[in-house]
Each structure stands twice: as C-alpha cells, then as structure tokens.
Design a protein around this ligand. Structure first.
Ligand code: ADP
Ligand code: MG
Length: 478
C-alpha cells in the first residue's frame, strides 16, 4: 500500500513535468480586486482566485459529506465577495445553519414561518406570466402532470382570481374553485391554505425587491412545517429573483452584484423544471451567481454538475456519489481516490474556462483557505447570555466614549476567558471608568439585554462590590 502510494506520487510528479495536472497559472491568478481568493493548488502552490470573468458562467456547485466544509466555504466566499465587490447575498437556508453567522456578520435573518409571502404577488409581472410560474412550482410540488383535469382547473382558477380580485391569494382561488364544484382541484390547493400552513396564501409581509440590495440576508426556511413548503418558498424566491434581474438593465458591473445560495435544497436542485436548472443552463445572462451546495451529489441534476462554471468537490466517501460526480466531470482515478481521503476543507476544484483553449479542468487544492471565524464576545449572568461580534462590541464601546486604552482593558478581560465575561464584572468595570449607572444601563439595553436581567445584574454588582470591594483590575490614573 505504502509502496504503491510512493509510486503513484513519483509517477504523478514525473508526469507533471511534462503535463502539469493543474490549469496554467495565468488562468488561476487574478488581482485581489478582480477575484475571490480560495486557496492554493496542491502541486505548484499557485494561489487560486475565483474570477467569474474567466469562466463560462458565475454559478457554483459544492458537494461533500456533512462536516467536509461546504458551509465554511460559502461563508468565506461571501465574506470576501462583500469586501472586494460589495456583493449582496441571499441565503436560502434549509436547515437554519447560517442564522448565527449572518447575525454576527451584521446581516439580516428573515424567518419564513413568521413572515408571509403571497404566492400570487405579481412583483411587476403580467398575471399570465406569473400564472405560468405558479403552475410550474405547483407541478413540481404536487405532481400535477398526473392530474391533468385539476391542473387545468387550477390554472383557470388563477386566471379568474386575477381578473376579479385586486390582490388575490390562494384562499380566493380555492374558494372560487369550491364554488364551481371543482372539489379535487380545490383540495390540492388546500395544502397551502389551511391555517398553520398558509404562509403563501396571505398578503405578503416580506418585500422581496428590497432583499436584493440588502447586504447579507439569510432566509431561514427551517421553521416552515414541511419540505414541500420549504421548496415552494425556495422556488418562488428564485423565480422572483430571476425575473427581477432579467428585467434590470445589464450594466457591465465590476464584480458579482448578488450571490444566491441554496444549501441542501434537494427538491429544487433535482427537478428538471426548477429555476435552479434553468439559471445554470442559461449561463451568464442573469445578473447574479447561484451557489448550490449539497451533501448528496445525486440530489443535484446532471445539468448542474456539467454546466456550472465552478464546482468544488469536498470529501465524498460513497462510491456511488463519487461516480455520479465523475461521470459529469471526467477526472483521473488519482483525483477520485484523493477525494475519498480528503480531510476537512480539502477540495478538488473544477472550472470551465470561457476561453476555448482553457477548457475544463479538475485539480486539487491544498485546502480552502478560510477566514478566521468571527470572534464573538459573550456577556453572561445568571441564566442570561448576550453575544456580540468583537469588532462590533468594540465599536459600541468606542461610541460610549471609552478610550483606546480602556477598550484594550475590556478586551483583555474577555479574552483571558475565551471571549466570555460575567456581566456584573463588566458593569463594575464601566462604573470604575466613571460611567453612571444610568448610562451603563442604557448601554446594556443597546446590547439587547432584557430589562429584568439588567436589574438583576445591577443588584448582583452592588452586592459584590459591598462584600469584596472593587473588581480585580488595575487601572492607571488618567
Ligand atoms: N477550510 C477549512 N479550514 C478550517 N476549518 C474548516 C474548513 N472547512 C470547514 N472547517 C470547519 O469544519 C467544521 C464543519 O464545516 P461545515 O462547513 O459546517 O461543514 P458542512 O457544511 O459541509 O457540513 C466547521 O467547524 C468548520 O469551521
Ligand atoms: Mg453545511
């Protein structure tokens, strides 16, 4: 085994002298303002920049087992995109795993389940166009092709509702169908109109058009009750984004304006009729880049695997999964066996270059070279805990009026305890700096500490001060 390994290595090294198993460096290297750095190639240590202008399209697929580093890659990628291009991002989060990071990064989390999205909103489309989209979403979710009569009835019901009602909802359509005795069609729609599952049948509380330019947005779908609901939300939001971007003028902009991430969205990544596939197939013409990630590559339609400009293959163990990917990308046995052995963050990268001579390449990265995770400060008291990202916390202290030196002292206190500080201690420090109880209280409110906790923290701080004297902190006299 060992000998064989050495031998393979030797052979590949020798082969490599004649035919390096990596794209030419000039295809990979970009200026840091034109591309997103992802890591270095395994053989030549060439820094790899993702530069969509060199690729056939800006769309990206990521596969790898749970824990292989897919979400980490997405986060690193989006962080850098926002730094260099000011890109916006919308994450359709199936499992609720981006919430925390998005909040820490100063983004916005929207919980579908708490918000409503009227499926019949036109968002600038003509009713006939919107009906086509709704029908295509329902076809995927309700297998409507098996019910041709009901399909026809629903379509007619939608037309009627748009004709007769100003801002119709699915509830209107269902009751119109009901009245006309189209019971079977009405019953199909009822899945989306019964109380508790009617997020798509009520007036929208969500303004989709504002999300496109809102920086980092996570649409958390995991609190929707069923996979069907999550998929309907995913499909609807994609339809909307696609239309919106299509209609906007195609400015030759520097950088990607919007990244749309769909993570673990098997239903909308595997169905031929879904917009994920249309968007990837039609390539560059949408003004945004789609990132599709999944732990199971067979959930991704072949069209995605063979048409995305960029594909990251992280660790894949199952033979079946590896074969599925390999059929589309055609790389060597060697790369295939490396993929099975990858550690966290290791990746094979396939890029399809736009220049004819560039062609398609699959090569190995040393590792996805990630961002240092955001460091979070934790303020704790009996049963309470508030978190703030370090930079944000320090900015708030600065605004409160602390000097650099005072901020340094606070940071030390947090960091000697792995980012955590007792809230009473924090209060004592601020008081020692000369802040009045009322300004400390309003600072705690700003940190979103509950009112009852604030009272608790203050009385604890008082008691401590009385019994133990001042906090153990040495301060120079100013
Ligand atoms: N390239 C990397 N470098 C360092 N740590 C990584 C890297 N990729 C992932 N990790 C760490 O490994 C763990 C699992 O990664 P995650 O992205 O959540 O996996 P997945 O989304 O594939 O299930 C996380 O704790 C993450 O911080
Ligand atoms: Mg993940």
């Amino acid at each position: 085994m060992k000998i064989q390994k050495i031998f393979t290595r030797e052979v590949s090294e020798r082969l490599f002298l004649v035919h390096p198993p990596e794209p030419r460096p000039d295809a990979l290297i970009s200026s840091i303002n034109d591309g997103i750095y992802v890591g270095k190639t395994r053989w030549l240590n060439v820094p790899v920049f993702w530069n969509y202008q060199k690729l056939i399209n800006p769309h990206i697929a990521i596969v790898g087992i749970t824990g292989s580093g897919k979400s980490y890659l997405v986060k690193t990628f989006l962080t850098r995109a926002s730094l260099i291009w000011n890109s916006n991002a919308i994450i359709l989060d199936w499992v609720g795993e981006y919430d925390k990071w998005v909040k820490q990064a100063g983004g916005k989390v929207i919980r579908l389940g708490e918000e409503n999205l009227n499926l019949m909103d036109l968002a600038g489309l003509a009713p006939s166009e919107r009906i086509k989209q709704i029908m295509s979403a329902l076809e995927i979710l309700l297998d409507l092709h098996n019910f041709p009569a009901e399909k026809y009835d629903i379509e007619e019901g939608l037309e009627d509702a748009y004709d007769k009602i100003k801002s119709p909802t699915l509830v209107d359509v269902a009751s119109m169908l009901e009245k006309r005795g189209k019971r079977a069609a009405a019953r199909l729609l009822k899945r989306f109109t019964t109380q508790g599952s009617d997020f798509f049948a009520k007036p929208s509380t969500l303004a989709l058009e504002h999300l496109i330019d809102s920086g980092l947005v996570c649409i958390d779908l995991h609190s929707l009750p069923t996979e069907e609901m999550r998929s309907l939300a995913g499909l609807t939001i994609l339809q909307f984004l696609k239309e919106k971007m299509r209609r906007e003028q195609m400015k030759e902009e520097k950088g990607v304006r919007l990244f749309v991430v769909v993570d673990e969205a098997w239903k909308i990544a595997s169905d031929e009729r879904s917009d994920v596939i249309t968007i990837v197939r039609e390539g560059r013409k949408y003004n945004f880049a789609l990132i599709v990630a999944s732990q199971n590559p067979t959930d991704m339609h072949k069209t995605i695997l063979s048409n995305v400009g960029t594909m990251f293959i992280l660790r894949l163990v199952l033979r079946e999964f590896r074969d599925y990917v390999r059929q589309s990308l055609n790389y060597s046995d060697y790369i295939d066996s490396e993929i099975a052995k990858f550690g966290v963050g290791d990746a094979a990268l396939n890029m399809i270059f736009a220049k004819r001579s560039g062609g398609s390449h699959t090569f190995l990265l040393n590792k996805i070279d990630g961002e240092e995770p955001l460091f979070v400060y934790n303020l704790e008291a009996d049963g309470m805990s508030v978190e703030k990202e370090r930079e944000q916390f320090c900015n708030m202290l600065y605004e409160l009026g602390l000097t650099d030196e005072q901020i340094g002292l606070v940071k030390n206190e947090f960091e000697k305890n792995d980012g955590t500080m007792d809230a009473t201690e924090f209060v004592s420090i601020l008081e020692k700096f000369g802040y009045s109880p009322s300004s400390v209280m309003s600072f705690l409110r700003q940190l979103e500490v509950d009112e009852k906790d604030i009272v608790e923290i203050f009385s604890l701080a008082r008691r401590r001060k009385a019994s133990k004297g001042m906090v153990d902190l040495s301060l120079r006299e100013e």
